[in-house]
Design a protein around this ligand. Structure first.
Ligand SMILES: [Zn+2]
Length: 470
């Protein structure tokens, strides 16, 4: 009998429409449809149910999961081996050994039936239908549908809608399969909801367009597709009103700001940044005049804005250095060097662009704002600890505060796209929190001195907010 199995084990693979002979009186055939991904034709897996335990044929499952099989007929021992895990079972026992160390109790004994080693399903799949850790292939089993999905396709967003009421704002996301929201709020009030492994097709299922009616709840939000999945960055309008992220069912996620639901998490908004000396970097300059908008050329507007901001900050008791004079255009490195050599607490680059829209704060992407190849390296010091990227969190706190302040001041009537990461040479060399503020230009009103002055006041208020003083 065992020898017969050995021969069969080599020849039977993925047989379709096979039925198991009941191994015990009272056990019943339990066909499982196997749905492979990427889409191929589903096939049926040999399975039986006995006393509530579902058994599956080792051969077929091993083939489907790309496990190698090793069989020793004399010991009645079957070993299934994947890239980094080994499962070992012995006929007639309800024990499995995982990775030669971990003993697993199965729901029923392993047995041979019609030349097939039949294994309890709980060797592979937990009670939620999810694969156990030693199964390397993505796998989801539904008992009610009698369906096993192998190589589970990535979830993708297939619908989203937002609603707003007097008490809150809610964004509902629907996925094609399970969405696993993970909330991050490590940097000030900015709320980041990460959906790992979720694809987002902005063309087919765009997220709702921000509307000005939302602004009493959030100042802006944007999506970011990362290598890991989808991230939503949300800047709430009021730090005190709290948020909640829930999964009503596994394919649906609700993100709520305000009190549409109970038990809100407060926004942290308590991490303050020490801000005494600010390096203001007026964009462009010299022969580089930047964009031309209603109100003038950008380099000139950036310079005026810097002047007004300098005055506001001096009035608030802060120190200010400027990275350029009125008519020159220093290199990106010399701009950040000014901030480094003066031991500034923040490098803030100021720009306006020609399109309408709310304030955008850019951080330098790729963990810029790091020590980089500093002179310490030349002196033989080795980088130690976690300095790399350590300013990102502070930069986000400051950026969020600036956006909150600008949007709530009424200088801009537009939702903000929030904080974005991009390659910003001016910021790359900075050894302190560093950000670039880009303001949209209202094409009708453009920029006047009084509007630039209001903008400077709201930026200064944002910096005071980030520093914990009002
Ligand atoms: Zn610019």
């Amino acid at each position: 009998m065992r020898l017969f199995f050995l021969i069969l084990a080599c020849s039977i693979a993925l047989a379709r429409g096979t039925h198991a002979e009941p191994p015990f009186p009272g056990s019943v055939p339990f066909e499982i449809q196997v749905v492979p991904a990427p889409p191929a034709e589903p096939w049926r897996l040999l399975a039986v149910e006995h006393e509530g335990v579902i058994y599956i044929a080792a051969n077929q499952l091993a083939a489907a999961l790309h496990l190698e099989k090793f069989w020793r007929a004399d010991l009645g021992r079957l070993v299934l081996s994947g890239k980094s895990h080994r499962i070992s079972v012995i006929e007639g026992t309800d024990l499995a050994v995982i990775d030669d160390g971990r003993l697993l109790h199965l729901a029923g004994p392993v047995f041979l039936s019609a030349g097939q080693m039949m294994l309890p399903l709980d060797l592979f799949i937990d009670e939620n239908g999810e694969p156990l850790p030693w199964i390397e292939e993505p796998l989801v089993f539904s008992k009610s549908e009698r369906r096993l999905r192998i190589g589970v396709p990535k979830a993708s967003l297939e619908a989203s809608r937002a609603k707003v009421s007097d008490t809150g704002w809610q964004l509902t996301l629907n996925g094609t399969s399970r969405l696993n929201p993970e909330v991050r709020q490590e940097a000030g009030p900015e709320l980041i909801v990460r959906l790992s492994g979720t694809a987002y097709d902005a063309e087919r299922f765009p997220l709702p367009q921000p509307r000005s009616a939302w602004m009493s709840w959030l100042l802006g939000y944007r999506s970011e597709s990362t290598a890991d999945g989808l991230e939503l960055h949300i800047i709430p309008a009021a730090a005190s009103r709290g948020y909640q992220v829930t999964s009503r069912d596994s394919n649906q996620v609700e993100i709520t700001l305000g009190s549409m639901t109970e038990s809100l998490q407060p926004f942290s908004g308590t991490s303050f940044v020490s801000l005494h000396r600010i390096a203001i970097d007026p964009g462009h300059g010299g022969s580089d005049t930047g964009v031309t908008v209603k109100g003038g050329k950008e380099a000139k507007l950036d310079w005026s804005l810097a002047g007004y901001l300098q005055q506001e900050l001096l009035n608030a008791g802060m120190d200010v250095v400027l990275t350029r004079s009125d008519n020159d255009d220093p290199s990106p490195e010399s701009r950040s060097n000014v901030a480094n050599h003066t031991n500034a607490d923040l490098l803030l680059s100021l720009h306006v662009h020609g399109r309408p829209g709310g304030p955008i704060v850019y951080l330098n992407a790729g963990g810029g704002q790091t020590l980089g190849a500093s002179s310490l390296d030349d002196l033989g010091f080795h980088h130690y600890g976690t300095d790399h990227g350590s300013h990102e969190s502070d930069s986000r706190v400051i950026g969020t505060a600036i956006i909150q302040s600008i949007v709530t001041s009424g200088v801009s009537n537009n939702m903000s796209p929030g904080i974005e990461a991009a390659s910003i040479p001016e910021l790359a060399g900075a050894r302190m929190p560093a950000l670039l503020l880009e303001m949209g230009t209202d094409p009708r009103n453009g920029w006047s001195d009084s509007r630039l002055r209001s903008l400077a006041q709201s930026i200064a208020a944002g910096l005071r907010l980030a520093a914990g003083s009002r």
